[in-house]
Design a protein around this ligand. Structure first.
Ligand SMILES: [Zn+2]
Length: 145
């Protein structure tokens, strides 16, 4: 008895269409390849993964920098407000904030104090207010919830 072998039929449709060669989308690859599918933009799957990871890094980099800086600001304020010097004087000079690594351009929000009309830079539950622009003296507020 003859055994008939059934060839498995591939479900994947193989296109006979030929695509013109294109340059791999991964910027540093520069390889020209012939796609087998119109949606293929990379010479190999790893280059698609690498490029997408790189794009993700670029996208989240500003967030990472902001978060690092705001955390540094918080640590500086937290350290100063607990220092015997600050407890006694209730003000801090900007030179000390600067020395500790405080960045005045980084804050969660800026509010205007009702009484003084001055800006208060919010960093988590702290607020930093410049109380004297000539002497560069600052006051740290603890915000109530
Ligand atoms: Zn490539």
């Amino acid at each position: 008895m003859k055994k008939i072998l059934n060839k498995p039929i591939s479900k994947k449709r193989i296109s006979k269409r030929r695509y013109s060669p294109r340059l791999c989308k991964k910027p540093d690859c520069k390889k020209v390849f012939t796609p087998t599918d119109a949606r293929q933009h990379y010479c190999e799957p790893q280059h698609r993964i690498d490029h997408n990871n790189d794009l993700r890094k670029i996208k989240y980099e500003p967030d990472r920098i902001f978060l690092e800086s705001i955390k540094t600001n918080f640590k500086v304020l937290d350290k100063i407000i607990r220092s015997p010097f600050y407890i006694q004087n209730k003000t801090v000079n900007f030179s000390l904030l600067d020395y500790e690594g405080y960045d005045l351009t980084i804050y969660h929000s800026k509010v205007i104090d009702d009484k003084s009309g001055r800006d208060i830079l919010i960093c988590y539950h702290y607020g930093l207010e410049c109380i004297d622009t000539e002497t560069n003296q600052y006051r740290i507020h603890i915000l109530k919830k």
